[in-house]
Design a protein around this ligand. Structure first.
Ligand code: CO
Length: 267
């Protein structure tokens, strides 16, 4: 007779990871919102960046990869796990996570079922909602004639198309909201061209990243040459940086939480 283990459900939140202390607090904020919705489900964390995990370990902070976190949950008797990707687009990190989750499902004495929740931008509805919520949030401090410039990561993965796509959704709501990326398309040059052609001289600069980690500190602002703040200033655009990430905006976190809810329902 097959003995069935008692059902034990858990949540695994998976982010890229950061070694910036202020940015880590944003992960705490995301967890507090998730735990309000799923008050009785245990929440665990994993970081997909091996580089970040190594750096944190050197500082005495032990964090887990998705693989180790799921293996540990299996050993602790979890039978059903909803894994929520806290990435922004479905790029390399997300697809690696899918593969790990699928591999660890249904192993002997392991987790029976693993469902992965989509990153922030996945469906048409996500893009619509995220654009609307970001614009509404920004109008809390930005006048409608000032620009909001979002600094996205960008990737060589085909999912980079989500960035120009999201720019399109943003522009359908507000012609003064722009999205550039550090490593992909659109670039900051594309953004400054548009700002100048629209005669906009003042902008708010915000990281289109889950948390305001290394990239916000080094590529957006900071002392290093060529950061976005400097480059905008060179073009005569006075930009005001906001050192927060998407994870600090409750309405945006709500989209990730919605994806987690969908994953929980499939378990
Ligand atoms: Co990077």
């Amino acid at each position: 007779m097959v003995k069935h283990a008692e059902k034990k459900t858990g949540i695994l939140l998976v982010a890229f990871g950061t070694s910036v202390t202020e940015a880590q607090k944003t992960y705490g904020h995301i967890e507090s919102i998730v735990s309000q919705t799923f008050a009785h489900v245990e929440i665990r964390w994993a970081f997909t960046s091996a580089f970040v995990r190594k750096k944190l370990l050197k500082a005495g902070q032990h964090t887990l990869s998705p693989l180790s976190a799921l293996a540990q949950m299996a050993d602790e008797g979890f039978t059903h796990v909803a894994v929520q990707s806290l990435h922004v687009i479905p790029g390399y990190e997300y697809h690696d996570l899918l593969q790990i989750a699928h591999t660890l499902q249904n192993l002997p004495k392991g987790i029976v079922r693993i469902e992965v929740g989509a990153p922030l931008l996945s469906s048409h509805a996500d893009l619509q909602m995220a654009a609307r919520r970001l614009v509404d949030w920004s109008l809390g401090f930005r006048s409608s004639t000032e620009a909001l410039v979002l600094m996205g990561h960008g990737t060589s993965h085909p999912a980079n198309v989500y960035y120009p796509a999201f720019q399109h959704y943003l522009h359908q709501i507000d012609a003064n909201v722009f999205l550039g990326t550090i490593e992909g398309y659109p670039t900051l040059d594309d953004v400054t061209h548009q700002l100048k052609s629209q005669g906009i001289g003042k902008a708010w600069l915000f990281p289109f990243l889950t948390v305001a980690g290394d990239h916000a500190v080094h590529d957006m602002t900071g002392t290093e040459d060529g950061n976005w703040l400097q480059q905008l200033a060179k073009e005569g655009i006075g930009a005001h940086p906001i050192m927060q990430g998407l994870g600090s905006i409750d309405s945006v976190v709500g989209i990730w939480a919605m994806h987690l809810e969908q994953a929980m329902l499939k378990l």
